[in-house]
Ligand binder design. Structure first.
Ligand SMILES: [Zn+2]
Length: 64
């Protein structure tokens, strides 16, 4: 299973274990977290799960 890192373009060789996989994989070159989904050895989708320095969203404080 090989995917292209969206952040740096490096070809990541993830091995056979990722032929059917949905979740995160880390690029060893640039450190970006990729959200990937594969089926039967084919890439279904690749997205950036977290960019370096990105802040978590969805937390909203209750203010009176
Ligand atoms: Zn990368």
């Amino acid at each position: 299973m090989r995917i292209n890192c969206l952040s740096c373009g490096h070809k990541l060789d993830l091995g056979d274990a990722y032929d059917d996989y949905a979740g995160q994989a880390k690029c060893l070159v640039c450190g970006a977290m990729l959200e990937i989904r594969t089926e039967e050895g084919n890439v279904r989708s690749v997205g950036v799960a977290m960019r370096i320095g990105a802040l978590a969203t969805g937390v909203r404080e209750n203010t009176p």
